[in-house]
Design a protein around this ligand. Structure first.
Ligand code: GAL
Length: 996
């Protein structure tokens, strides 16, 4: 099948092509706002978004609240994002989790978005809401609930059955988003319908404007009035600001380095896009340049390189080169996917992923901020807070004219006053150190070639820089700066400017005006100060020794090495969109600051004893300095700079060793026992499948699990037949998605397994098994266990990959017509009538212990057998469940990340699941990987009470399997000022009516 989705269609006639001046655009935008949106708080023009008339850089972080099911931790993540200097968060909503049963929309408890909206407000972040209904996002079904497999219309098309199926969700979630809009005092400023409406099969008429209008209308009818934005995968201009069905703001996504994390130093040859600006000017000259999703890490498949490797591929150097290229292009709506990835807990992921969705992002799955890419982003995002000219600068094509070295490409972004020069390697992935000189324009001094006090600037390894000229710092004009600007603040008595450069680089900064007599190097050495006609130049070689210079009386300039700049923060005040006026050096994390008369109060985290140094914004005569609510001794020098020390005391605590815990165990596959009754199981009696995408059954009745409402994880089939004595083989085709596996037993006898691997060919398996001699006339039963790895995404329209069934596709019992076997099946108890409303529709699979609810706290383990736990293992194929409980009493005031790790050296085929207080927080496939360590957040784990831990072990091969080691691990511990973390609901086990 040919995909036509990547073709660039001829562009449609555009309404506002050609250089429209700023004012005209304003009028156009205002008119659009009135006619289409009944609101005038969020407006835009070709340059940027405006909130209440004020331009704002939308520096946005993608976060999926559903990937962190502890609502009281959402503020933690958002504060860490805000502390980097972001202004916005973009979030998907996963329909599957909210309407597991058709018609029953449920967004409560951990699925309630209200705490997320509150957290955004408290952190001071705007929100871009992305409700789908289709989201992709590496979630099961791309967000489509399992029951859509049975919908009698093509997914993501204008077919009435599909649209009707979306109506309940769209109305409900639309209302929830609508209520949280800025027009109602909430944080939501933008909304994106659909996602990457883009790839289609040849022959399908695309785009379908009516479909788009209908999706948008459903949300508009629910009350959404903020501007809509598109997220095209490529700039194909299918739905733009001027197409028959349109969006308010055009945008697209991009993942330029791809996802090959096995080779984390290799950047693809054509990885740097250079034509975006021109394209955007053609496609949507009336809307700001929007990168609605831009690569912040990478997803990973089973058997992949893992997320640490992705964090290396998509590291700080990637951010420097590629993100700065986005600024060169003029992105003023810039969303990084993912900034915090989280966890595919409870089967919410799709088959081509695994439990961790760390993504190699700026914030780790454990919510830690130690990756250098986090610090690098802080430097970049903060720059935009103090450089408003960026939002209105005109872009020009990159050109050599600005430099003397063709190995360097410079893109200017220019206003009447401030100018930015974004310099990069012409060969974008070069790791060379390259010298260059730069031409800058100045209003007062004409064109200057810099540096003036040395031969060259340098790009060292993979790097890119934003140089500036005519850059206003309060009432001072920087004639130019080759050093990059982190931040500056003007106070009543002084102005503080912080700039940085890479190790050993030469930098220069020139301030307009004549130097004054008390100009001095306040700290450090080796700064050359030269007076030129009308300006003062500072020149220095960047070194770990920091330099502080006072020029023109009251301008203090901090000249930092980049690594030191990483330790500086411009913390926000609570609930403020901007930053505060405080600049502080403080190590690991500063969340917020409050200045109240003579009191300065910081909230932050430290992982070592940390000196804090407030270089600007402290009260003139500080009386009290608080850190996390505790008053600290401090000193304040004559310049007003405050220093103090925050002691980090290593917390003392004990964690249990899993091998020493008292474990109980229970057979998790009692189906193999001769007296097992499957009377209560679902009879597979559908002679036809409702699955319109895969209508041709190869079995007398449908054995697609989704046809019977089973969509999550383990599926079990029971096939009864009467033997004729001549059977010697059994063929079966099972399907469970990438890296799936299946095992077959005849009565209690193991017949064989398809253990699975991570290739595309192995998303289903044809297995032919030898049978033992069967007794003629005797009743037998096959028990088939299948690991459903999660429904597929539904990327290509109308391919309907979400409908790819799970279960048994075909079978052949030698010497029998297929109809000789009568089948029953089960998945999670109740199927779409799922029982555990608190943990949602996907958390449970179809294992006996899950159907009984034994994965829930206080399961009736009393009569179960004692066991050593998962390390005891099985000596033959089968499934066993181990359960234990342990108390934690961890010190408060610390963030102590806990994870569970499988330690294994053999490639024996087995699969395991981890349940913590009833939440499935890990699926482990020993012979495929790559994940072996499973973080579980506080709030799922009870840090001050009893925890119930369960592990299922499915031994897939003769000889059985045991877990060699299973241990609790601790990540980087920080002392934190973050408040209370409330437990997610952990309702306990209750006898389940009708459980089998
Ligand atoms: C994008 C898509 C996202 C996510 C991402 C990869 O194309 O819009 O939903 O799937 O790719 O992580």
């Amino acid at each position: 099948m040919l995909l036509s989705g990547l073709r660039l269609l001829p562009l449609l006639p555009l309404a506002w092509v050609g250089g429209v001046d700023g004012r005209a655009v304003d009028t156009v935008a205002a008119a659009k706002v009135e006619s289409r949106q009944q609101q005038n708080i969020v407006t835009w023009d070709d340059k940027s978004l405006m909130i209440n008339g004020e331009r704002l850089m939308i520096f946005s972080a993608e976060v999926h609240p559903f990937r962190l099911p502890v609502t009281s931790l959402w503020l933690d993540v958002l504060q860490k994002i805000k502390a980097m200097g972001y202004t916005c968060v973009s979030f998907y909503i996963d329909w599957f989790l909210l309407e597991g049963k058709q018609g029953e929309f449920r967004a409560e408890g951990i699925f309630d978005l209200e705490p997320f909206f509150e957290a955004a407000k408290q952190a001071g972040l705007y929100l871009l809401a992305r409700p789908g209904p289709y989201i992709n996002a590496e979630v099961a079904g791309g967000g489509f609930p399992g029951w859509l497999q049975r919908v009698q219309g093509r997914l993501r098309t204008n077919d009435a059955a599909y649209l009707e199926a979306t109506a309940n969700y769209s109305a409900n979630i639309g209302r929830i988003i609508a209520e949280a809009q800025i027009t109602n005092g909430g944080p939501v400023i933008l909304y994106q319908p659909e996602n990457e409406y883009q790839s289609y099969l040849e022959g399908y008429e695309f785009p379908d404007y009516e479909y788009w209008e209908n999706v948008d209308r459903q949300f508009r009818d629910a009350g959404i009035v903020v501007p809509s934005i598109n997220n095209e995968a490529h700039m194909n201009a299918y739905i733009t600001t001027s197409t028959p069905a349109s969006v308010d703001i055009y945008g697209h996504d991009s993942y330029p380095l791809g996802f090959d994390c096995f080779n984390p130093t290799v950047w693809p040859e054509d990885g740097l896009p250079t034509d975006w600006l021109e394209l955007n000017n053609q496609i949507a000259p009336d809307s700001p340049y929007a990168l609605v999703e831009f690569q912040g890490g990478g997803f990973q498949p089973p058997g992949g390189a893992g997320f640490e490797a992705c964090s290396q591929l998509l590291n700080h150097e990637f951010e420097r080169v590629i993100y700065k290229n986005n600024y060169a292009v003029g992105a003023t709506i810039f969303n990084i996917y993912m900034t915090f990835g989280g966890t595919n807990w409870g089967n919410l992921g799709h088959a081509e992923g695994y439990s961790s969705y760390d993504y190699g992002a700026q914030i780790t799955e454990e919510r830690l901020v130690y990756r250098e890419k986090y610090s690098e982003m802080k430097l970049q995002a903060n720059f935009f807070h103090v450089s408003p000219a960026y939002l209105v600068a005109d872009r020009f094509n990159s050109s050599l004219e600005w430099t003397d070295n063709e190995a360097i490409t410079v893109t200017p972004a220019i206003t009447d006053t401030t100018k930015f020069y974004i310099a990069r390697h012409t060969q974008y992935d070069s790791t060379e150190t390259v010298p260059y000189r730069l031409k800058v324009q100045t209003v007062g001094f004409g064109d200057l070639t810099v540096p003036q006090l040395s031969d060259s600037l340098y790009l060292t390894r993979r790097d890119s820089k934003i140089h500036v000229s005519d850059y206003l710092v309060g009432d001072k004009n920087l004639v130019y700066s080759t050093a990059e600007i982190f931040t500056w603040k003007k106070y009543s008595d002084k102005t503080v400017l912080v700039v940085y450069g890479g190790p050993d680089e030469h930098h220069e900064l020139a301030v307009e005006g004549r130097g004054s007599d008390d100009d001095e190097v306040v700290e450090g050495s080796d700064v050359t100060v030269e007076q030129r006609d009308g300006y003062t130049i500072l020149g220095w070689a960047v070194s770990p020794e920091r330099k502080v210079v006072r020029v023109h009386g009251d301008l203090y300039i901090y000249l930092l090495e980049r690594n030191e700049a990483y330790n500086f923060w411009v913390p926000p005040e609570p609930a403020q969109v901007g930053t505060s006026s405080v600049i502080v050096k403080a190590g690991y994390l500063i969340r917020t600051v409050e200045v109240d008369d003579a009191t300065l109060s910081f909230v932050g985290d430290v992982n070592a004893t940390t000196t804090i140094e407030v270089i600007g914004g402290a009260p003139e005569k500080l009386e009290t300095l608080n850190f996390n609510g505790r008053s600290l001794p401090f000193e304040q020098d004559e310049r007003g700079v405050v220093t103090a020390t925050v002691e980090f005391r290593k917390p003392r605590f004990k964690l249990p060793s899993c091998s020493r815990l008292k474990w109980k165990k229970i057979d998790a596959l009692p189906e193999l026992q001769p007296d097992y009754s499957d009377d209560a199981w679902t009879v597979a009696d559908l002679k036809e499948t409702p699955n319109t995408a895969f209508p041709d059954l190869r079995t007398p009745t449908s054995l697609y699990a989704g046809d019977y409402g089973y969509h999550t994880r383990t599926l079990i089939y029971r096939g009864h037949f009467t033997a004729n004595g001549g059977e010697s083989t059994f063929f079966i085709q099972t399907q469970g998605g990438m890296a799936f596996g299946s095992s077959v037993w005849l009565d209690d006898k193991f017949i064989g397994s398809f253990v699975g691997d991570s290739t595309w060919e192995s998303t289903n398996a044809n297995s032919t098994y030898e049978l033992p001699a069967l007794e003629k006339g005797r009743q037998y039963v096959f028990t088939v266990v299948i690991d459903n790895m999660g429904l597929n995404n539904n990327y290509v329209i109308p391919e309907e990959k979400q409908k790819i069934p799970r279960g048994i596709l075909d079978y052949e019992l030698e010497g029998h017509p297929k109809s000789d076997i009568s089948w029953k099946l089960t998945g999670n108890l109740g199927g779409e009538n799922y029982l555990d409303k608190d943990r949602g529709p996907l958390n449970e699979g179809g294992l006996f212990i899950e159907r009984q609810g034994y994965h829930l706290p206080v399961a009736p383990t009393k009569y179960w057998d004692y066991s050593k736990g998962p390390t005891e293992g099985l000596t033959k194929p089968g499934i066993v469940y181990y359960a234990t409980s342990f108390d934690l009493n961890l010190p408060t005031g610390y963030d102590i990340p806990i994870s569970f790790e499988f330690v294994n050296t053999t490639a024996v085929a087995y699969r395991a699941q981890i349940f913590v207080n009833g939440y499935q927080f890990g699926t482990y496939v020993n012979h495929i990987g790559p994940q072996s360590r499973y973080p579980v957040p506080q709030g799922i784990l009870n840090y001050h009470g009893t925890n119930y831990l369960g592990v299922t072990l499915w031994a897939m091969e003769e000889g059985g399997a045991k877990v060699e080691g299973f241990e609790i691990r601790v990540g980087t511990v920080t002392a934190t000022g973050y408040g209370n973390i409330e437990m997610a609901p952990t309702p306990a086990w209750k006898r389940r009516e009708g459980a089998y």
